[in-house]
Design a binder for this molecule. Sequence first.
Ligand code: DX5
Ligand code: ZN
Length: 229
Amino acid sequence: MTFDRKIKIAPSILAADFANFGAECAAIEAQGADWVHVDVMDGHFVPNITFGPATCAAIRPHIKGVMDVHLMIAPVDPYIDAFAAVGADVITAHIEAGPHIHRTLQAIRAAGARAGVAVNPGTPASAVEPLLDMIDLVCVMTVNPGFGGQKFIDMTDKIRALRRMIGDRPIHIEIDGGVDPDTAPLVARAGADVLVAGSAVFKGGSVSNPAPYGDNIRAIRAAAEGVYA
Ligand code: DX5
Ligand code: ZN
């Protein structure tokens, strides 16, 4: 993984066909996805359950590029090695998921993955400041985590504060929740470079008709880059 601040579109497979993850991952990559965003939920930290390391292991061979694993689980630490072992490139844990985020981030890097920290809408940018030298990515949640298809919550002040705080450090700012061609320009202008999008990428398409995925990805990218197609 190399670092740059170009806009990257990361479709969330939470909005994919769960019976067809391998083909869905291949389809979104073929249609222009930069990263594949994998949402792990435990029914405890968030009120929904998705899947765990075994499913991630099954998905991994179908992803050529970056596998971006978003852990919405508590506790996190006992599972980090399992997610790293399946080949997650980025592992992101929530700052709200436990009392020792420092330890969690150290463990992610020690396991050989890039370390991300996610912040819920109610958590301020200042909470990330003590962690800046331990992270490769900060994920700003623009919905309360747990479900796809929720309404975008404007966090542009927080994104701008994080962008200033990050300075020249090689830290991605990822936005997760309610990203579509209308909201993408707001977050990109504020300093985000990785845009997660579930519903807005998968709508209208399927593995047997993947062209809409490409149209949707291009529309979000064009909006974020300020080029209205
Ligand atoms: C929400 C997840 C998101 C979600 C985004 O808890 O972390 O990744 O899938 O879905 P949309 O783009 O539909 O808001
Ligand atoms: Zn996510």
